[in-house]
Ligand binder design. Structure first.
Ligand SMILES: [Fe+2]
Length: 179
């Protein structure tokens, strides 16, 4: 049986999403327990959140032959996810909230849709730059910053290695725009 079209693959996807939600939820619960001064409870939530995240990672890897998808695949998947959020989910949720008279929620959904639209563009741009090998190279002088130590370098390309802290080129970010 083809793995990708199997129920097992679909179940792994459900488990992946459930574990991710549990992990995030436990982080919020840990923060609240911290605010309440219940440190041991906060730490328990934190441990469970870490484990749930590992479970999610294991399920995702199982879907992809034992490894995480490549960064390019992840950027494309993230762009697709954000696209679905702003074109369908959040605008429809906003419309429903307006019809039901919950205007504050409608405004929130509209703003989330706008943010998702921006994120979609960011991920698409990053994916294109990565696939075209121009993530660390521009056609004109560009200001690059080392995310580790803050060293700033103005050139068409980011340095192969940071001259201050030694981090690799992948640590450099184009300061001129986007995320
Ligand atoms: Fe550096």
């Amino acid at each position: 049986m083809d793995f990708v079209s199997s129920q097992t693959f679909a179940n792994l996807q459900t488990a992946y999403q459930d574990e991710l939600m549990a992990s995030s939820r436990y982080r919020f619960f840990a923060a609240r327990a911290d605010e309440d001064g219940k440190k041991s409870v906060a730490m328990s939530f934190g441990r469970m959140a870490d484990r749930a995240m590992i479970h999610a990672s294991v399920c995702l890897k199982m879907q992809h032959g034992g490894v995480l998808p490549t960064t390019l695949e992840n950027l494309r998947a993230a762009a697709k996810c954000e696209f679905g959020e702003w074109t369908h989910k959040y605008y429809i949720c906003a419309q429903t909230a307006r019809e039901e008279g919950f205007l504050e929620s409608a405004a929130l959904f509209d703003r989330l849709a706008d943010i998702s639209r921006y994120h979609n563009v960011c991920f698409c741009n990053l994916a294109d730059a990565l696939s075209e090998e121009r993530l660390f190279r521009r056609e004109e002088d560009t200001v690059w910053m080392c995310l580790a130590c803050g060293y700033v370098h103005t050139h068409m390309a980011a340095p192969e290695k940071c001259p201050v802290c030694g981090k690799a080129q992948g640590w450099f970010e184009d300061l001129s725009g986007g995320e």
